[in-house]
Design a protein around this ligand. Structure first.
Ligand code: NAD
Ligand code: DAU
Length: 362
């Protein structure tokens, strides 16, 4: 049987973080990436256009729940690591349609772990030792913090509040169990809110940039006082690489940007940046587009990350400050008319209609 190769199998590599990670990996590490992605509404091959013609990027259109496909890919490419991003990722969708989250996030992760274990058992002892399964997860599994509570650490008890968070928590538990029960070399990371290029415009930051640009209402849930910690996506990619290369198997690592902001502050800053970069006299100040709408059910008040473990043990910290990253992100979206036109397909318009039609202005 052929030996393990330097290839990495990435799932969900046509989505927001996955595509940034695949580009980061091919450009800075240089070994081959097999990218397994179902191309749901959130997956977009155009995110990977800078890798067109690059033989180190092998795209496979398929489902992580398809155990036979996953097993055959592992035996064919014999990767040294799996980085598992594929998921349903949007909290509002999980409130309206939770079933897809159980299927992809729970059953899909189970299929990945089971096939990884089967493959791992075929490896030689030294390869078994070197193999890694990195399960990419979220800070939302820890639930919600009060404004004065200490930030989430790796020992904070799980208390997921949305169907999305519950499905990710379930997948984290399976990942942990495969390490403890079978010895599969699993690593886990739990990260805060990412932002940056190629994020699908259903999420707060790109949605607000595009609406501000076009003079549409900016729908802030509740009173806008909910707090999120923001991390530029490139910094998440470098953290994942640090976990993969230097993390201790069986451990989890919290990743964050040390940049807590109230949603209203984020939206106001976006308004000011769009005013500066694309002034429009007919619209005036974009801040006046802000509209407070009915809150998200079960809306978590605050997320915050204690990053001391990854900082101390893996020597990782974020490179980009939030204001700098947000400026880069706004500038990126302002220059991407074609990408934006393509991602805002009929299915996107249907989602916007469904999510926001019920949210009365307050
Ligand atoms: P995304 O929604 O942008 O992308 C998800 C990708 O997974 C898409 O390309 C989609 O086509 C693919 N996919 C979905 N179902 C699949 C299936 N059954 N088989 C194969 N591929 C499938 O998500 P994202 O924001 O890039 O998040 C990636 C991962 O990081 C997720 O696991 C998410 O929980 C986690 N995470 C996200 C954030 C964030 O702020 N976005 C923060 C922390 C953790
Ligand atoms: O914390 C990590 C998580 O961050 C990831 O696990 C999720 O995949 C990712 O989607 C993100 O979840 P959030 O729910 O925090 O992200 P979202 O962009 O949907 O919302 C950010 C905040 O903005 C949240 O408090 C809700 C609010 N919001 C969102 C939208 C879409 C609004 O006020 N208005 C909106 O229209």
């Amino acid at each position: 049987m052929a030996n393990m190769t330097n290839t990495v199998l990435v799932t969900g590599g046509a989505g927001f973080i996955g595509s940034n990670f695949v580009m980061h990996w091919v450009k800075s590490v240089g070994s081959a990436v097999v990218n397994l992605d179902l191309l749901t509404y959130a997956g977009n091959p155009e995110n990977l256009e800078t890798l067109e013609g690059d033989s180190r990027h092998i795209f496979v259109h398929g489902d992580i729940c398809d155990a036979e496909l996953v097993g055959s890919l592992l035996l064919k490419h014999r990767p040294k690591a799996i980085v598992h991003f594929a998921a349903e990722s949007h909290v509002d969708r999980s409130i309206l349609e939770p079933g897809a989250f159980v299927r992809t996030n729970v059953l899909g992760t189970f299929a990945m772990l089971q096939q990884a274990k089967q493959y791992w058992l075929t490896l030689h002892a030294d390869e078994k030792h070197a193999f890694r399964f990195l399960h990419v997860s979220t800070d939302e599994v820890y639930g919600s913090l009060g404004l004065d509570d200490a930030a989430f650490s790796e020992v904070t008890a799980y208390a997921p509040n949305s169907p999305y968070a519950a499905s990710k928590a379930a997948s984290d538990h399976f990942a942990r169990a495969y390490f403890h029960t079978y010895g599969l070399p699993v690593l886990m990371s739990n990260c805060s809110n990412n932002y940056g290029p190629y994020q699908f415009p259903e999420k707060l930051i790109p949605l607000m940039i595009l609406n501000a640009l076009e003079g549409k209402p900016l729908p802030v849930y509740g009173d806008g006082s909910n707090v999120r910690d923001w991390l530029y996506v490139e910094d998440h990619c470098s953290a994942i690489r640090a976990v993969l290369e230097r993390g201790v198997v069986g451990e989890s690592y919290n990743i964050g940007g040390n940049s807590e902001r109230k949603n209203l502050d984020v939206v106001q800053t976006i308004c000011d940046l769009v005013d500066e970069l694309r002034p429009d006299a007919s619209l005036g100040k974009r801040r006046k587009l802000i509209t407070f709408v009915t809150d998200r059910p079960g809306h978590d008040l605050r997320y915050a990350i204690d990053t001391r473990k990854i900082n101390r043990e893996l020597d990782w910290k974020p490179a980009l400050a939030f204001n700098e990253g947000l400026r880069k992100t706004v500038a990126w979206y302002l220059e991407r008319a074609a990408w934006i036109k393509n991602v805002r397909s009929g299915a996107y318009r249907d989602w916007i209609q469904k999510n926001y039609q019920e949210r009365a202005s307050k």
